[in-house]
Write a protein that binds this ligand. Structure first.
Ligand SMILES: C[S@@+](CC[C@H](N)C(=O)[O-])C[C@H]1O[C@@H](n2cnc3c(N)ncnc32)[C@H](O)[C@@H]1O
Length: 263
């Protein structure tokens, strides 16, 4: 009887071990699942043990490693931290350089960003703006917005950036009245993906798009915005082009969709 119990116990432990081994191997085979593991398990554990949040740790990395008033050093410090310490949902360096080239090509006077997070892309965009140009960036999480404000100020580009707290759906209709915007030259969509279509329609309805306004949407492949791609690519009011790249700090396929509003 004892021998039988021992065999069952050893068998169960061996099975559990084999399952764990398979799980870890599967995780390593797919960077996407490594990412999910990081976001849902590692981040939560880190938050619990350090009593800090990921945005707070990113701010700390900026304060430690970047030079005050130097936006490029802020961008490098965030990229370095997110590549080597913990992943975060900034647009990142690879897609960031595509963003840079679109911003430089458009040379916008008025920019709207939907989804600020820690201010990484806001710093990227604002550092390329000509004097007198303005970026309005929208973030609905107040704790994250507070961190982004500090990172933007650390980069020394606070005069070019207005960070507005609130949800895109509430704020887009107030852009004319509250911020004196006639229309935007460039819009970066990088908030929750299910808002891409309703917010694009809202921007159209509110008359915030002019002939030639450029929309650039992040993460159209991962996590993905299929409804947005369907809407924008099959719409005669837009001319669209896809820029292939990878999800920030990973080898997972992702890309940006650039769409020009034709009026
Ligand atoms: C992918 S992150 C933005 C990353 C940032 N653009 C960057 O590259 O550094 C998305 C952010 O959008 C915010 N967000 C999501 N949906 C929103 C909405 N409807 N209105 C305002 N903010 C939103 C989230 O809280 C999150 O901080």
């Amino acid at each position: 009887m004892e021998c039988c119990c021992l065999t069952v116990c050893v068998g169960t432990v061996a099975l559990l071990f084999a399952l764990l081994w398979w799980f870890v191997r599967a995780l390593n085979r797919s960077s996407f699942w490594v990412l999910m593991w990081n976001v849902f398990i590692i981040e939560q554990l880190r938050n619990k043990f350090t009593q800090t949040t990921r945005p707070q740790r990113i701010l700390k990395a900026v304060q430690k490693n970047a030079t005050k008033g130097d936006p490029d050093s802020v961008i490098s410090a965030i990229d370095h931290y997110c590549k080597h310490s913990e992943w975060a949902m900034n647009v990142g360096d690879e897609k960031g350089s595509i963003l840079d080239s679109v911003v430089s090509e458009v040379n916008p006077s008025t920019v709207l960003e939907l989804g600020t997070y820690c201010g990484y892309s806001a710093v990227r965009i604002a550092r390329l703006l000509s004097p007198g140009s303005k970026l309005i960036t929208v973030e609905f999480n107040p704790a994250i917005a507070a961190i982004a404000k500090q990172i933007i100020a650390y980069a020394g580009i606070q005069d070019k950036v207005t960070l507005v707290e609130g949800s895109s759906g509430d704020l887009i209709p107030k852009m004319k009245e509250c911020f004196g915007i006639t229309s935007f030259d460039f819009i970066f969509l990088d908030h929750w993906k299910d808002r891409y279509v309703p917010d694009t329609k809202l921007l159209e309805e509110c008359g915030l798009l002019r002939k030639g306004t450029v929309l650039l949407a992040d993460n159209v492949i991962c996590p993905g915005a299929p409804e947005y791609l369907k809407y924008i690519r099959n719409n005669r009011r837009y001319e669209s082009r896809y820029y292939p790249a990878h999800l920030e700090y990973t080898k997972v396929e992702d890309g940006l969709e650039k769409s020009i509003f034709l009026g």
